[in-house]
Design a protein around this ligand. Structure first.
Ligand SMILES: N[C@@H](CCC(=O)N[C@@H](CS)C(=O)NCC(=O)O)C(=O)O
Length: 206
């Protein structure tokens, strides 16, 4: 039987979100690893596998294609316990996902990329790193407050918003150089994520 195929970048938090949800759901799929700057990525783009020029991209078994990590999370999570049924709860969940894409990822992920990818090193000026550090700490503080002492970002169980936010928060300290000790609620939340049945790390390759 045909399977869905995920084109994903092993080192990328956006791609990791999708690999993580697939693992938590116990879904089978074909994985095509396309690391940044690799021939595999160039080939995937040349073959039109990434219509918007970015990964992750999910190719469904029937040939339909989905771009954008958070849209893919929505598709895979629909009808499961990872997406709340109530429209208000759904909207709250989506508001965290838009926050993640519009504000969190452009700061938390970008600082980590500047520090970790050699080809970006020339862009990592002290001024830029310092501004991103300050901005990132402010965003992480918003997340800490957003948890409101609860276990998850939207309601009493994890949703795809938790996965979207986790993609880059889990490495904010180790890769991005953010001081996670300031955010005990986020650290406890990361530990809860890592304890979910089926959880896989960023490094895990299916
Ligand atoms: N908003 C998109 C961002 C995707 C994105 O920026 N992907 C990067 C890796 S994190 C990529 O594919 N880079 C390869 C390239 O630009 O050639 C999503 O969440 O899926």
């Amino acid at each position: 039987m045909a399977q869905m195929t995920l084109y994903s970048m092993p080192s990328s938090g956006n791609s990791y979100k999708v690999r993580l949800l697939l693992a938590l759901l116990g879904r089978d799929y074909v994985h095509v690893a396309c690391e940044a700057g690799s021939p595999a990525l160039a080939e995937a783009k040349a073959e039109g596998k990434a219509p918007l020029g970015k990964l992750p991209v999910l190719h469904l078994a029937d040939g339909r294609v989905l771009n954008e990590s958070d849209a893919i999370l929505w598709y895979l999570g629909a009808g499961t316990d990872w997406v709340p049924r109530d429209p208000y709860d759904q909207a709250r969940m989506l508001s965290w996902m838009f926050f993640e894409q519009n504000r969190h990822e452009p700061v938390i992920a970008v600082r980590a990329a500047l520090l970790c990818y050699p080809e970006r090193a020339h862009l990592a000026t002290p001024e830029r790193l310092s501004a991103l550090l300050e901005e990132g700490h402010a965003l992480l503080a918003l997340m800490e407050d957003g948890l409101q002492g609860g276990a998850w970002f939207c309601g009493d169980r994890p949703t795809i918003a938790d996965i979207a936010l986790y993609g880059y928060t889990c490495t904010a300290g180790t890769r991005g150089g953010f001081d996670m000790a300031r955010f005990p609620g986020l650290q406890a939340w990361c530990a809860r994520m890592a304890a979910l049945p089926g959880y896989v790390t960023l490094e895990h390759q299916p």
